[in-house]
Design a protein around this ligand. Structure first.
Ligand SMILES: O=C(O)CCC(=O)C(=O)O
Ligand SMILES: [Fe+2]
Length: 235
């Protein structure tokens, strides 16, 4: 089964419900171990990335990441194209209930074209590498006027084997309430889909915006690699 078929067969009704209720969804076993290993091995390929970021130079945490260049590796392009049409309806329902006029195209090609029309031309999918002491400060990945409200990350390393610590952290900031932390521990090949900036939550006076940020706790041992897929391109 190829990755498109695998993505198509996921329980999108359950994923939609989890996104609406919790702001994230855990989807185990999306990438085979060999595919994870190949992505890690290609971290040192000189030609497939457009930029390397050393996180401590920017106050982003400790570790580094590389943005892929176009053309994206097939697996990355396929994941963007296969996941997007299943979550565009979630994004559109979020915009609708929040009274925001934005509507996202049905297909990934449509979103990509919209980004390019707004001069957001640079690809945002990336590989992140954390070594002992590495972490990722809480943040949101917004790269221009056009931003899709969900993104995904796939863990490429095995917790407890390749690394310790390095939990994926989500913090939900609710208006006039204290923030809610969520800690997730994806295994090698598992995918997490999560809210990039905000989602609607029903309150006594209708829907309100709940803001979300994500990050990674300290890697206490070994090396942790992840593949991050953001759907909008960067200005
Ligand atoms: O390494 C992680 O789990 C987080 C990666 C991240 O911040 C992202 O993909 O946007
Ligand atoms: Fe991020």
């Amino acid at each position: 089964m190829d990755i498109q078929q695998k993505i198509a067969k996921l329980d999108w009704a359950a994923i939609t419900q989890s996104m609406n209720d919790k702001g994230y969804a855990s989807i185990p076993g999306v990438l085979l171990s060999e595919v994870c290993d190949e992505l890690i091995a290609n971290y040192s390929s000189p030609d497939i990335y457009r930029k390397t970021i050393v996180m401590e130079h920017h106050g982003y945490g400790q570790g580094q990441y590389k943005y892929f260049n176009y053309p994206l590796p097939p697996i990355v392009q396929q994941l963007r194209e296969a996941v997007y049409p299943n979550i565009a309806p979630i994004a559109n329902s979020w915009m609708q209930v929040l009274g925001i006029d934005t509507r996202f195209p049905e297909s990934f090609a449509g979103l990509n074209e919209l980004c390019h029309q707004h001069n957001q031309l640079r690809p945002t999918p990336l590989i992140l590498k954390y070594q002992q002491g590495g972490y990722n400060a809480l943040h949101q990945d917004l790269y221009g006027d056009i931003y899709f409200p969900m993104q995904l990350v796939i863990c490429l390393s095995e917790p407890g084997e390749d690394f310790d610590g390095g939990e994926f952290v989500l913090v939900e900031q609710r208006p006039r309430m204290q923030s809610r932390p969520m800690v997730l521990t994806p295994r090698k090949g598992d995918m997490l889909l999560f809210t990039t900036n905000f989602r609607p939550v029903m309150g006594s006076r209708g829907y309100y915006r709940v803001n979300m940020r994500h990050g990674v706790s300290e890697v206490t041992k070994g090396e942790r690699y992840t593949l991050g897929i953001i759907f909008h391109d960067a200005a």
